[in-house]
Write a protein that binds this ligand. Structure first.
Ligand code: FMN
Length: 200
């Protein structure tokens, strides 16, 4: 395998911007081949939240797969990939992954990634969480997946929404050991807190 391969799925939780921004960043990295799947509800959220058309989003990926195409390359473990990120991941998709229910290409590809012991990162998004959500997150974690709720890190003092989104995308790429140039690293405290808070 020469180029690295990453599956990017966008499902119907709020936060389609995370999946789209990941694709934009990965587009600039020729060493990474991207495979995009968007669920029907994912497209609904894209329309609701992002001012760009479907074709321009699909153009960011190297390959686009229909969510119904369970015969796609990425539906088989013999097609080697570095893993999969579901950004954002709805509670429905989370539940299906937790149950091993391969009812569409998103959940089948995630199932394959888990069975092949590859990296699976779920930007699971819902609030508040009920017990089923929490149990499903536990189940996926026990299977080796990484549940990464897309929550902002305020200690980096983001000035814009774009920076907040980039910080999350950078941490996700770190989880795949994909080098990037987004400056989102904590380098130790630079702004002392109130008097008496600073360790000496
Ligand atoms: C505007 C909008 C926002 C939604 N936000 C969420 C959300 O944040 N989390 C979630 O789990 N479901 C959310 N949903 C519901 C899911 O889209 C719905 O459960 C859908 O069946 C998920 O299907 P999928 O997992 O195949 O994408 C939202 C739906 C809409 C229309």
């Amino acid at each position: 395998m020469t180029a690295r391969r990453l599956i990017v799925a966008i499902t119907g939780a709020t936060g389609a911007c995370y999946g789209v921004r990941l694709l934009e960043i990965l587009r600039e990295l020729p060493s990474v081949q991207t495979h995009l799947i968007v669920s029907s509800a994912g497209w609904m959220n894209v329309e609701q939240e992002i001012d760009r058309d479907r074709a321009s989003i699909e153009a960011l990926a190297d390959q686009v797969h229909s969510v119904r195409d369970v015969g796609a390359s990425i539906a088989s473990g013999s097609f080697r990939t570095d893993g999969m990120v579901i950004a954002p991941c709805s509670m429905r998709t989370l539940a299906a992954v937790a149950a091993g229910l391969s009812d569409n290409l998103v959940t089948r590809a995630a199932d394959v990634v888990l069975k092949e012991r590859r990296r699976l990162v779920l930007l699971a998004r819902e609030t508040p969480l009920n017990l089923a959500h929490l149990r499903n997150m536990t189940a996926v974690t026990e299977m080796g997946g990484i549940v990464y709720p897309p929550l902002p890190a305020f200690y980096l003092r983001p000035a814009t929404l774009a920076e907040t989104i980039d910080h999350t995308c950078a941490r996700v790429l770190d989880l795949f050991d994909i080098d990037h140039t987004i400056d989102a690293r904590w380098r130790g405290r630079t702004r002392p807190g109130r008097s008496g808070d600073v360790d000496t």
